[in-house]
Design a binder for this molecule. Sequence first.
Ligand code: FAD
Length: 409
Amino acid sequence: MFEVLLSPDELEIQARTREFVKTEIDPQFLRDLDQEVLDFPHGFHEKVGAAGLLGVRFPKEWGGQGLSWTAEVGVIEEIGRLGIVLGCQHAMPSIVGHALVEFGTDEQRERFLRPMLAGKLVSAEALTEPRGGSDFFGATTIARRDGDEWVLSGAKRFIVGAEGADFFLVYAKTAPDNAPHESLSVFLVERERGVKVEHIFGLMGARGGGTGRISFHDVRIPAANLVGPVNGGAEIFDQMMIPERMTSAAGILGGAQAAIDVAAEYSMKRKAFGQPIRKFQAISHSLADSVTKLDAARGLLWAAARTVDAGLPHRRIVSEAKKFSTETAWEVVNNAMQIMGGIGYTDVYPIERILRDTRLSMIWTGTSEIMSNLIQHEYYRELGDVKPTRRDVEADALNAAAAAEKVFE
Ligand SMILES: Cc1cc2nc3c(=O)[nH]c(=O)nc-3n(C[C@H](O)[C@H](O)[C@H](O)COP(=O)(O)OP(=O)(O)OC[C@H]3O[C@@H](n4cnc5c(N)ncnc54)[C@H](O)[C@@H]3O)c2cc1C
């Protein structure tokens, strides 16, 4: 139905990903992750990397496919059918890679980006702290300069890959006395430098991703591992929020589509009162509402992707896409469970797992409330009722520059 919006290249890679999802991943692997028989999806990265499906919008020079954001959204949606944990592992190179492509040095790209896009190095991002995630700029993890090194101290919470990742992209205060938006820097921290896993969380869904609390006790990092300028973390954060939110939105739509597909199949076979349940208008209209809402969310998301591709101001549309896709997915998966009746609540079908997974999407990578804050801010800014902050102006300039330089082509 959306073919009309995509170019031949975008359609081709989406079709290739659909085939990869069908043929390369054993459904038992997904069950083992959910039941925590496996504590991390080791092996997945190499498979998806070898298939050329990681960070497809990045330049070919570094192992990407030189495609568009729109192409990547199509890929992520297909991978999202595999569940939120594999979706997240697929998204992580896209998120961490964004910082490296835009702000890293060639040496960092060689050491981290290239092997990450080949699926040979596993990344994690460490933003959230025990003291809070929404109030990101209030971070208290500290890095102080000591000769040719930085010395890192603090703790990060809810880090996917706390168990399992090879390296972490860490935000830390390098100028605690500066204004919050001028106080943070970004570091690449390899696990073996002394990252300590303090706790692995038991989770409602998204299981098997090694999500935990990590700490740094005077961890020494070479100066060459600083990404971007000292105290330039806010700019990197602003840019990283594009892939954070686009990947969350795209992945969860894939999961919701999988759920509604299962429910639709079931509704054709399951009989009640002598006829397939799809013949009851209550069921078929619920399905109609679900597919309509999914298509509306997908349309918004692809419009967001095209907006980013064009280098146009995107903060509002990306936030809208994240909020609307994740909330729609939650509603759709809930409908799918209702269509299935009691069996949907059991582990005979994957609906209950998808429902548990989907709940997270409204919380991570910026909660729905934070998305609403951003959407209204941008909307009033467009109406001239909010004075643009210096960060607003800088973010717009950076987007325009990225478009002009065709960074991702
Ligand atoms: C399973 C899981 C995996 C995660 N993975 C990662 C990861 O890999 N890396 C990482 O860095 N983080 C990760 N996170 C953290 C996630 O991004 C945060 O949980 C999220 O940003 C919310 O932060 P918080 O939990 O501290 O909630 P809080 O910030 O304490 O918010 C609590 C409530 O208050 C609301 N609230 C807060 N401020 C405002 C405001 N200004 N206006 C309106 N409402 C507000 C929030 O919307 C929320 O409802 C993960 C979280 C989970 C649960």
